[in-house]
Design a protein around this ligand. Structure first.
Ligand code: ADP
Ligand code: MG
Length: 265
């Protein structure tokens, strides 16, 4: 049988039935190469299955990226660590590369005023974890609280919590924007308690723990939530000036510099 027609017959049907699209695509080429170079049978089989597995993994990562809610352009590679001297690049890279902390249900908490790069940094870390094969969901904390409250009203809070259990890391962006007076937020506490020591949370906040009383229904609940979150957690404090504001401040100087440079003969 010629290389071009090898998967048009019975073999092609079997590969479709077995859902092996990559082998089906590459079989003609690899079989021809194998015949030509006289590979042992085992080598041909290994080559075919290696390609199938690699593409399967790639498709899985693509699916996880699509479901993650992560901004595509907020990557660790575009994060300027020099702008936040208190945050160790090595520590963040270690969280991305040695991701067993997710198996222990450890948490990550990022604090700092608006504009210092909390969302960008946690999003970049999320991407790195997706690429490492983990499942991540990025959501604004207030959006998730609303979603959970709706689920509670419809008596399907447990099912909604179970759905979130699929994710190795749940990123709750801007906890400080959840307001107790907006709605009853004990669902957030329930989520924290539910994931405690099992599934990881990453939380960004503009306000320190001392002001989290604004978010939870009562002081005892605030204490209990903070207690669970920090028990196994990495805390990153980003107390610098807003990155945007610094860039805006640097821009006129840079423009002036360029103007001077171009005016100089
Ligand atoms: P925060 O979540 O702390 O309010 P963001 O992550 O939204 O801040 O950052 C504000 C903007 O500035 C974003 O466009 C972000 O990409 C950019 N930014 C902030 N810090 C950095 C940094 N260290 N390196 C690169 N871009 C940054
Ligand atoms: Mg943010």
């Amino acid at each position: 049988m010629s290389g071009a027609t090898i998967t048009e017959g019975r073999l092609g049907l079997m590969l479709t039935e077995l859902r092996l699209p990559t082998i089906k695509r590459l079989a003609a080429h690899l079989c021809a190469q194998s015949d030509h170079e006289g590979w042992p049978g085992q080598r041909l089989l290994e080559a075919l299955f290696e390609h199938e597995m690699a593409e399967r993994e790639q498709r899985r990562i693509e699916r996880h990226r699509a479901e993650s809610g992560l901004s595509p352009d907020k990557r660790l590679s575009s994060f300027d660590f020099a702008a936040v001297p208190d945050v160790s690049k090595a520590q963040v890279m270690a969280l991305a590369e040695a991701h067993e902390w997710l198996d222990r249900g450890s948490n990550l908490l990022l604090f700092g005023p608006p504009g210092v790069g909390k969302s960008h940094l946690v999003c970049g870390l999320g991407h790195a974890l997706v690429e490492a094969g983990r499942r991540v969901l990025f959501t604004r904390c207030s959006d998730l609280v609303q979603r959970l409250q709706a689920a509670r009203r419809d008596l399907r809070l447990p099912q909604e919590m179970t759905k979130l259990d699929r994710f190795d890391l749940l990123i709750l962006d801007d906890l400080s924007y959840v307001r107790r007076d907006q709605a009853e937020t004990s669902v957030l506490f329930e989520l924290i308690a539910e994931r405690y020591e099992r599934r990881s949370l990453a939380i960004t906040a503009n306000t320190p723990f001392s002001q989290w009383g604004e978010v939870f229904v009562e002081p005892a609940m605030t204490l209990a939530a903070v207690d669970r979150l920090v028990h196994h957690a990495t805390i990153l404090e980003m107390n610098v000036q807003s990155y945007r504001r610094r860039q805006a401040a640097a821009e006129p100087a840079a423009r002036k510099g360029r103007a001077v440079a171009s005016a100089t003969p």
